[in-house]
Ligand binder design. Structure first.
Ligand SMILES: Cc1cc2nc3c(=O)[nH]c(=O)nc-3n(C[C@H](O)[C@H](O)[C@H](O)COP(=O)(O)O)c2cc1C
Length: 402
């Protein structure tokens, strides 16, 4: 752990730091799930239900969490999920997130809904940047948009497919924090209660760029977050199908992944369509509230697709041990969105880096404690008495003298 821990020792500390700094409605928008928050809790419960066994007297002095994904070495099997909220937690937050990831040596995903344009983020941060696409109702516009993504130099494209309709998040409505954003007395009082945020975000935004805008959006659609552009809105994607993915596959020669599936059946279809990977995700419990945790469907997904495509998982990882557990169940990499957003809220690039450092330090420690030297050694043998959705571990008996 570096000396500059900023007073944050775990992801929950960063979450509390974000809560103290952000206007209530913005914090809830980031932190909350859909409806009753069952999905958010279930994502955590799936991880915490898994118990591991330590292994002793194994030389782990040369251990490393380094791995490779899509031909690039990464410091640990972790990447930052796309979120459109970087610029809401800190002015220029998307650049802060990307720079933190580049410094740590892990991928960071730029979202279609980012407040800053992709070109500016890529130029300022560099590193292993991936791009996430939400398709607009105007599909031609989305296909044209991909030329820009390609020209900016992105090699990995994630198409998010889990939002055929907008989610039901009642707290956003109560806070007045939904599109179109309206400056109601309630919202204004929440904002004024956080003068630090007014300075770090609101003032800098208005002085430097004017109203909050989704600057990746093409000129022809309204970008201001205070205006709802109904027909072209990203939430109107209920006309999406595998046919669209095929069209994207035809033009996108880089790595192509879909994000937001929660079933082995869809993962098999993705492999059949020739995609490079899938991201098992329930959007952090933000769409279907009673959704299974992606971790719970990971073993059956791995059994169904094997090594045909990369399986990445997000939703609910908060500890380095969670990364180890997901890898043990067959994931190639783990992602999350909230932890680094909490970090960025607390200190832009330094705070986001702190979140990554916490994941790294915790993963390194737990690998040592479990007697694991490499990512390849991580498997279901680490579990003690796992629940029924986890394959029975092969016990790793070997001679002590080995
Ligand atoms: C505030 C916020 C905004 C998000 N925006 C997007 C987005 O624009 N596109 C997308 O594919 N996923 C988006 N997500 C979902 C994340 O990519 C990811 O699936 C989710 O954060 C995983 O849950 P976790 O961070 O709790 O582990 C967003 C999540 C949050 C919290």
């Amino acid at each position: 752990m570096s000396a500059d821990h900023m007073g944050f020792y775990n992801i929950e500390d960063l979450r509390q730091g974000a809560k103290r700094r952000l206007p209530h409605g913005i914090f809830e928008f980031i932190d909350g799930g859909a409806e009753d928050g069952i999905g958010v809790q279930n994502n955590r419960d799936a991880y915490t239900s898994l118990k591991v066994k330590n292994r002793v007297l194994i030389d782990v002095s040369q251990r490393s969490a380094e791995t490779e994904i899509f031909g690039k070495k990464i410091k640990m099997p972790y990447g930052i999920s796309p979120t459109g909220a970087g610029g809401l937690v800190y002015y220029g937050g998307e650049i802060g997130l990307a720079k933190a990831a580049a410094r740590m040596g892990v991928p960071c995903t730029v979202a279609t809904n980012a407040l800053l344009p992709m070109e500016e983020i890529a130029e300022a941060a560099g590193g292993n940047l991936w791009f996430q696409l939400y398709m607009w109702a105007d599909k031609e516009m989305s296909m044209k948009f991909l030329d820009r993504v390609k020209a900016t130099g992105f090699e990995t494209l994630i198409v998010t497919v889990d939002g055929p309709v907008g989610p039901n998040r009642e707290y956003n409505k109560k806070n007045g924090f939904h599109a179109p954003l309206k400056y109601t007395p309630k919202l204004i009082s929440q904002v004024l209660a956080r003068p630090g945020w007014c300075y770090r975000v609101l003032l800098k935004q208005y002085l430097n760029r004017g109203a909050f805008r989704k600057e990746n959006y093409p000129e022809e659609i309204e970008r201001r977050v205070t205006v709802a552009s109904e027909e072209m809105s990203v939430v109107k994607t209920d006309r999406q199908s595998w046919e669209d993915i095929r069209k994207i596959r035809d033009v996108w020669k880089g790595n192509l992944l879909i994000k937001g599936l929660q079933s082995a059946e869809d993962a098999v279809l993705a492999a059949d369509e020739g995609l490079e990977g899938v991201i098992l995700s329930n959007h952090g419990g933000r769409y279907v509230d009673c959704a299974a945790a992606p971790l719970q469907v990971l073993p059956e997904t791995k059994a169904a697709v094997g090594d045909r495509i990369k399986i990445i998982i997000d939703s609910g990882a908060r500890r380095g041990s969670d990364l180890v557990k997901a890898i043990a169940l067959g994931a190639d990499m783990v992602m999350s969105g909230r932890p680094t957003l909490f970090g960025a809220a607390a200190g832009n690039e330094a705070g986001a880096y702190r979140a990554l450092e916490i994941f790294y330090d915790e993963m390194d420690r737990v690998m040592a404690q479990l007697g694991l030297n490499t990512i390849e050694e991580i498997g279901p043998q680490i579990f003690w008495n796992p629940p029924e959705w986890v394959p029975r571990p092969q016990l790793g008996f070997r001679a002590a003298a080995e």
